[in-house]
Design a protein around this ligand. Structure first.
Ligand code: FES
Length: 105
């Protein structure tokens, strides 16, 4: 699957990731050397993997209550904020645009 990632400087890059390995978006961002702290290792406990979904949010499904609770601890929240560790890489991500937000928190 191919989607775009916008970094903290506003630069967009196309990312290709396997959609059949059960990876999370957080894992793919880290593997692509983006500055995602992911302190809790993907347990929806730290919110340092905060991203904003600029395009393609409909394909991602709804955030769980655990994810929403954690998002609400953030100082700045956007209507399409998500935790990257709670997004599974699937073909539904095709064409999505993900903006990094983690380091601002
Ligand atoms: Fe901690 Fe996503 S890695 S909430």
């Amino acid at each position: 699957v191919t989607f775009e990632v916008e970094d903290l400087d506003g630069n967009r890059q196309s990312i290709e990731a396997p959609d059949d390995m059960g990876l999370s978006l957080m894992e793919v961002l880290k593997a692509s050397d983006y500055p995602v702290l992911a302190t809790c290792g993907g347990m929806a406990l730290c919110a340092t993997c905060h991203v904003e979904v600029l395009e393609g949010k409909d394909g991602l499904g709804d955030a769980s209550d655990v994810e929403l609770d954690q998002l609400e601890t953030l100082p700045e929240l956007f209507p399409t904020s998500r935790l990257a560790c709670q997004i599974r890489i699937s073909d539904m991500l095709e064409g999505a645009v993900i903006k990094l937000r983690g380091e601002e928190n």
